[in-house]
Write a protein that binds this ligand. Structure first.
Ligand SMILES: [Fe+2]
Ligand SMILES: [Fe+2]
Length: 291
C-alpha cells in the first residue's frame, strides 16, 4: 500500500476488555460480537495497494500456486452468501455487522483480482454467482468453511513468511486480508452460539441437523474436489496443495503447531469474553497427539 501503515491490521479497541463473562444468547453477547467486528474495521482501499515488485523467482513461485481461481471464486461466493443473509436481518446491529462482513468478502475478491492482475496471473473464467435459496444455509456454509480454511491459512501464511516463500513486502500487503478472516470466524462462532440460544426451542433440532449437514457438505466438498487434483482443476484443499508449495520440507506436525499458535495469536487481539472458534483447533490438537 502506498500508505504502509494502512496495511497493518487495525485492531481498534481490541485487547483485554475486563468485565463479567457474557451470557451466550444475551443482548450483551450480541452487542459484544457485533461491536468486535464493527469497531476493528480496517478502512484500507484495494485500489491504492501498491503491489511490491518481485524478482523473477518470487513472481514465478506466486504464479505457480494453484489457488488463485478457487480463492477469487470463494470470495465471490462468500460475498453473495453473507450479503443475502444480511438482507434478511431485522436486528439493525446484527444486520450492520453482517453487511460489513459481506463488504469485506467483496473487498478480498477485489484485492485478489488486483494481485493476479499485478503479477500477470491468468484466471479461469468465473462462474455465475447464484443467490442462495436458503440464506441461513449459505451463511453457515461460508462461516464453517472459513473456520476450516482460515485456521490452516494462518499457519501456511506464517510458514511462507518464515521460509521466505513470500517476500516481506508482499506479506505485509496481504496481512489485513488474513486478519479479517480471523475476525470473521470469531464473529461467526459467536453468532452460531447466539443464534442457537435465541431461536424458538422447536427449531433447535432442525438447526442442529442443519449444522451437521453443513459439516458433511464441507467434508464431502473437500474430499470430492480432492479427487480432481491432477486433472488441472483447482481444489478447495488449500492446506494440501498450499503446504506442498509454500513450506517446501515443512513437516505436517510442525505445520499443525504453527497453525495452532498462529490461531491463538490472531484471536488474542479481541474481547476475551467472546467465544473462540474451537472445533478445528480441537480436532487438530487431537490428531497432533498421535504424531
Ligand atoms: Fe474472505
Ligand atoms: Fe471471511
Amino acid at each position: 500500500m502506498s500508505d504502509r501503515s494502512a496495511a497493518l491490521p487495525d485492531l481498534g479497541h481490541a485487547a483485554a476488555i475486563p468485565g463479567r463473562p457474557l451470557k451466550p444468547g444475551s443482548g450483551e453477547h450480541k452487542h459484544a460480537f457485533c461491536r468486535m467486528l464493527l469497531d476493528t474495521f480496517n478502512p484500507y482501499k484495494p485500489a491504492v495497494i501498491d503491489w511490491p515488485k518481485l524478482d523473477q523467482d518470487a513472481r514465478d513461485r506466486l504464479v505457480a500456486l494453484p489457488i488463485w481461481d478457487i480463492a477469487v471464486q470463494t470470495e465471490g461466493r462468500a460475498r453473495l452468501n453473507v450479503a443475502t443473509y444480511a438482507a434478511r436481518q431485522s436486528d439493525l446491529l446484527l444486520k450492520q455487522a453482517i453487511e460489513l462482513n459481506a463488504f469485506e468478502e467483496g473487498r478480498h475478491k477485489h484485492v485478489l483480482s488486483n494481485l493476479v492482475a499485478a503479477y500477470g496471473i491468468a484466471l479461469a473464467p468465473e462462474p455465475e454467482y447464484v443467490t442462495p435459496k436458503d440464506p441461513e444455509w449459505a451463511f453457515m456454509v461460508t462461516g464453517y468453511s472459513e473456520c476450516i480454511d482460515s485456521f490452516f491459512a494462518f499457519g501456511l501464511f506464517e510458514a511462507a513468511k518464515r521460509s521466505g516463500f513470500f517476500p516481506e513486502e508482499l506479506v505485509d500487503t496481504f496481512e489485513p486480508v488474513i486478519q479479517e478472516e480471523a475476525r470473521h470466524i470469531l464473529f461467526f462462532a459467536n453468532w452460531v452460539k447466539w443464534h442457537r440460544r435465541t431461536m424458538p426451542l422447536w427449531r433447535r433440532p432442525y438447526f442442529e441437523l442443519k449444522v451437521g449437514a453443513v459439516w458433511a457438505f464441507l467434508i464431502w466438498e473437500r474430499i470430492g474436489i480432492a479427487r480432481n487434483v491432477g486433472n488441472g482443476v483447482q481444489d478447495n484443499n488449500f492446506t494440501v496443495t498450499g503446504a506442498k508449495q509454500v513450506g517446501a520440507d515443512i513437516e505436517v506436525a510442525q505445520l499443525m503447531d504453527i497453525c495452532l499458535s498462529e490461531n491463538a495469536r490472531r484471536m488474542s487481539f479481541y474481547d476475551p469474553r467472546l467465544l473462540r472458534p474451537s472445533t478445528v483447533p480441537a480436532l487438530v490438537r487431537f490428531i497432533r497427539r498421535f504424531m
